[in-house]
Design a protein around this ligand. Sequence first.
Ligand code: SF4
Ligand code: SF4
Length: 115
Amino acid sequence: MNSGVYDFTDNGKCTQCGACCSNYLPMTQAEIATIHRFMKKHGIKEFKHLFPVSGDAYDMTCPFMDDSKQKEKCRIYPVRPEICRQFICKGDKKPFRMKATRYEVVDVRKEFFGE
Ligand code: SF4
Ligand code: SF4
């Protein structure tokens, strides 16, 4: 951990571990529409990542993240949003720049699977 950020990279290269794959992501309306189309075309299903707990729990991991795999865990990789393309968990990297300004934080599970 460096500067409050865990580094799961291999010398700065993303290992595709999926640890940063959150259920809450900033997206544009265009990105949302593109993902819906991709899901319909490829029959993308929801992935759940619940751990055994005694009470109710909410899955905070992105529902597109297939953690049964070692790599290539993102099931919408070709159309993943800009935030996923740019983010790297390395504290000394330059801050990423989003190309568009109209982002809203999306509850991914709710938006794409209606939960
Ligand atoms: S950017 Fe995300 S997927 Fe890549 S190494 Fe860091 S935590 Fe893992
Ligand atoms: S869309 Fe893909 S890369 Fe982005 S958080 Fe979800 S699983 Fe991870």
